[in-house]
Design a protein around this ligand. Structure first.
Ligand SMILES: Cc1ncc(COP(=O)(O)O)c(C=O)c1O
Length: 906
């Protein structure tokens, strides 16, 4: 059988055009309103999901009623219409009298007033005629929270007067207190206990949305009953308050069965049952559609059945009154409420109503607003309207789910709630970051869509002291759907926008409270500020951009660098840094454990510079195998993207460096990009110790042999064997990934405990004799501040670079680079610069020297934000390349402090 279709319930006859505005303009506005979404001008919003309260499009019947409104001070006709609308809707069900129609049509006369509006009535929620004067039980107020204030403050006064006879403090039990309800009751001195049926955020299959509903707004009757089974608690409990639908619990409905069970519990303990009835009609629609036994019962009858169990209720007519303002408080005449407190309670309430809001016939509302609310109550209970309303919210949720956005299912009646725990599940966000607030700010700035956080910020997670209180706080964002305002276009646009944000969820900022953290219901009033997320990629791109600017690289080069960083960090760059969720492996790539290192190579005599980065592809988990996979994946990705990359030589030796089972650390491989003029060049660093330190020489020999450079191994062997203390060993093996013949093979040696003298003696002979030996000695000792060593804080490193520029079978060309870990030996960057100056003084002409030093200072300034109180050495190495034929090249290496100094090598 075909699925039953829901025809449209109305036409749109009035249009409210939007102002066009850019994200940049919205950012400026956001800044000016302290990033509080409540303070953002509605005129600049395209889709306003801030609230469904008072935001309804008024129907033409309501407009007609407003025109018939009268603004007399005493007993305007709207007052009578509203009172009788309450009787019709909440008590008469399908026997409505609809007196309002006569006022609208102008067919009333004095006998109508005498016999209908002024007729004495009692025993229900709305006494009539003189009974409302003698025993007032219906109170008009401007909106829902005023009804709450009236109720709780008056009750508290009465209870306070009898304090000696009562256990203290008085308690209210609820399935969920809306924020103003919570605040009003707390301020009045009540202790609040929320017993929500468990399972609010449990998974619910999308196919069952619209088919089944678990009524997750229900009171946990068993838990409430257990609480009340303690006679002390029962004595203290002044009210049970059922919020229908349960706005605090994602707008979920409450079943008729739950209402009945709650009423029975209340009755058993002689406690009045009140409703927070803001969305009574939507709740009735859920009962009709989803609760067995109600599908054939008309909505008006369901409403009456629901309210038959209540002793009183507060209502904001801004929701299911379809009105832009209004509220009411009423209680059953001569019922449990009056007998539990005082028969005079209505008189007390009325006195306070008059003091705070005005005469009982308007309670702070204008005559035309009373008429609009009266008309709205009839309209909101029409089945066609409700079906469309529920379907619209449901359809919105389904669109989001189709786009992969985590939504609390099934959706409630008035809003869609995003499940932000799931949304940010793989982002490692903590509650005190208020990332869900950050989400609402991004959504508003970038797309003009206003939503509100209903989570750790709004529910004051940071102020709660017990785990139990914290556990009760959901992490949601609410998109409340105004009644009769939006079309499918709004929902389609919003679902697409949220799905875009979901895809870049790792970059969504958190928020910091800048003002008013301590205020009650602070989300309406406090000031905020977005706190950008530092991701590995974001931070690295920021560093590279700073360095590029310092070196004067053009936009094209900067773009290439940023893109190659993004490629290198593809699967892990979006992770926020401080959570280190991918970094259980602490990288050796830089010596403060960051998985990236930057370097700037400068020709000593010309000042010509080259920017590079070296990166370790991170992997989830802490195994060398996982790091090997990540390294191989990145190698392939680089080959796929860069046309000048060839893996020929890498493939010739990769089995040596990626042994299948027995690999050892401390690295699988690193990759490095050299920004050489406008052509990026990649190289890879491999680990000769991967099969153990003892096998490193064998691995290097075999690799050089396979790559046609056995003579290079001969040279290295000679160096190693001439180390008197045998404290030199192979540490890295690097290959240029561009084609022959300019490609280089670089082999790195680490020298434990060596001194300037011993290392100069070891390396010098590989160059052109004693001049170079002197040079190397002076380089180390000057940078070490005049000390010859031995350098024990961190070992010196040398690198042998081999090429055959004239092709196979021709002479081997060798260059040697010596590396000094200056960060471990010079306490400040300024001191490092001073030592550099000393070293360059004798080797470099004054103007070139100045250029090199200036470059060092510029790089230090660009990265100075990595300097921590602990002095994490972001300036790390100085390398000096010595060749027989070319200019010496000096290289500065920088390791960003990605972990705020928190992770340091011992
Ligand atoms: C469940 C509930 N109770 C009370 C209120 C307060 O009503 P008002 O905004 O009219 O003061 C609201 C408003 O959203 C609500 O959702």
């Amino acid at each position: 059988m075909d699925e039953p279709l829901t025809p449209p319930a109305h036409n749109v006859l009035v249009v409210h055009p939007h102002i066009s505005i850019t994200p940049e303009e919205r950012e400026a506005v956001l800044r000016s309103v302290e990033y509080n979404v409540f303070a953002f001008p509605a005129a600049l919003v395209s889709c306003d999901f801030l609230s469904d309260s008072g935001t309804s499009a008024v129907t033409d019947v309501q407009w007609a009623a407003m025109v018939r409104g009268d603004e007399s001070y005493g007993r305007n006709s709207g007052y009578y219409c509203l009172l009788d609308a309450f009787r019709d809707v909440f008590e008469r069900g399908d026997k409505q009298e609809y007196l309002f129609r006569d006022v609208l049509a102008g067919t009333t006369d004095s006998s109508f007033y005498l016999n209908k509006f002024l007729k004495p009535r009692s025993g229900g929620f709305v006494n009539g005629g003189r009974m409302q004067l003698i025993r007032p039980n219906f109170f008009i107020v401007p909106q829902g929270r005023c009804a709450e204030f009236l109720l709780f403050s008056t009750l508290a006064n009465i209870l306070e007067a009898n304090r000696s006879a009562l256990a203290w403090p008085p308690v209210i039990i609820s399935n969920g207190f809306f924020d103003t309800t919570n605040a009003n009751a707390s301020v009045a001195g009540f202790e609040l206990h929320t017993f929500l049926q468990p399972g609010l955020t449990e998974l619910f299959p999308i196919e069952k949305v619209g088919v089944e509903n678990p009524f997750r707004g229900n009171l946990d009757v068993a838990a409430a009953s257990a609480f009340l089974s303690n006679p002390e608690n029962a004595k203290r409990t002044a009210l049970i308050l059922l919020t229908i639908t349960n706005n605090w619990a994602a707008g979920q409905p409450v079943s008729m069965a739950n209402i009945k069970a709650t009423a029975a519990l209340a009755c058993q303990h002689g406690i009045p049952l009140f409703f927070d009835a803001c969305r009574f009609a939507e709740n009735a629609a859920f009962v009709q559609v989803f609760e067995p036994g109600y599908s054939h019962m008309p909505i008006p009858q369901i409403v009456v059945d629901m309210f038959a169990h209540a002793d009183g209720f507060t209502i904001s007519l801004k929701k299911d009154g379809l009105a832009n303002m209004g509220g009411a408080l009423c209680f059953r005449d001569e019922g449990v409420f009056a007998s539990r407190f005082t028969a005079d309670i209505g008189i007390h309430l009325k006195e306070r109503q008059i003091i705070c809001y005005g005469n009982d016939s308007y309670g702070g509302m204008s005559g035309r607003d009373l008429m609009a609310a009266a008309a709205g109550l009839y309209q909101v209970t029409q089945e066609a309207y409700l079906r469309n309303r529920i379907r619209q919210v449901q359809g919105f949720a389904q669109r989001l789910v189709e786009k992969g956005v985590p939504v609390l299912l099934p959706p409630g009646g008035s809003a869609v709630f995003l499940d932000m725990d799931v949304f940010f599940a793989d982002c490692g966000r903590s509650y005190d970051e208020f990332a869900s607030v950050g989400f609402t700010l991004e959504l508003l700035r970038d797309y003009g869509i206003r939503s509100v956080e209903a989570g750790p910020f709004g529910w004051e997670w940071d102020k709660k002291t017990s785990a139990k209180e914290r556990d009760l706080i959901p992490n949601l964002v609410r998109l409340a759907v105004p009644r009769n305002v939006m079309t499918d276009v709004h929902f389609e646009y919003t679902a697409a926008a949220i799905s875009q944000l979901y895809r870049r969820r790792h970059t969504i900022p958190g928020a910091r409270i800048t003002r008013g953290a301590e205020l009650r219901i602070r989300h309406f009033q406090s000031g905020l500020e977005p706190v950008p997320v530092q991701t590995f990629l974001g931070k690295a791109q920021d560093d590279i951009t700073r360095l590029s600017s310092a070196l004067g690289l053009d936009q094209a080069a900067q773009k290439i660098l940023a893109e190659s960083l993004a490629l290198s960090m593809k699967s892990w760059g979006q992770v926020p840094i401080h959570h280190q969720s991918t970094c259980s492996w602490l990288s050796d790539c830089s010596y403060n454990r960051s998985p990236i290192e930057y370097s700037v190579a400068i020709e000593q005599n010309t000042g010509k510079s080259q920017l590079r980065f070296m990166i370790e592809a991170q992997a989830a988990g802490n195994s060398i195998e996982a790091y090997q996979r990540s390294a191989l994946d990145l190698t392939k990705a680089i080959e796929a993207k860069y046309l000048n990359v060839t893996l020929d030589r890498f493939n010739d030796v990769s089995d040596l460096f990626f042994p299948p089972e027995t690999a050892q650390g401390p690295l699988a491989a690193w990759h490095s990009l050299v920004m050489d003029t406008s052509t990026p060049k990649w190289k890879i660093y491999l680990n000769p110790r991967t099969s153990g330190l003892a096998n490193a020489s064998g691995v290097v020999r075999e690799a050089l042999f396979r790559l046609g450079m056995p003579d290079a191994y001969g040279l290295l062997e000679a160096v190693l064997s001439s180390d008197p203390n045998s404290e030199s060993s192979f540490i890295y093996f690097s290959l240029d990934l561009h084609p022959r013949p300019q490609d280089r093979i670089k082999v790195y040696l680490e020298h434990h405990n060596s001194s300037a003298t011993s290392l100069a003696g070891l390396i010098g002979p590989c160059l052109s004799g004693t001049a170079s030996e002197t040079e190397i000695h002076r380089f180390f000792s000057t940078l070490a501040g005049g000390s010859d060593g031995p350098y024990r804080a961190k070992s010196l490193v040398t690198c042998f670079t081999f090429t055959r520029p004239d092709g196979e079978g021709t002479a081997l060309e060798t260059e040697v680079t010596v590396h000094f870990p200056i960060g471990k030996y010079a306490p400040t960057a300024a001191e490092a610069r001073r030592r550099l100056e000393d070293y360059l003084a004798t080797t470099t002409p004054a103007d070139s020297r100045e250029a090199v030093l200036m470059m060092f200072s510029k790089c230090v300034d660009a990265l100075r934000h990595h300097e921590t109180a602990a002095g994490a050495e972001f300036y790390q190495w100085v390398g000096l390349k010595l060749t027989k034929s070319r200019e010496p090249v000096i290289t500065f290496y920088f390791g960003p402090d990605m972990f705020g100094g928190a992770v340091r090598r011992g």
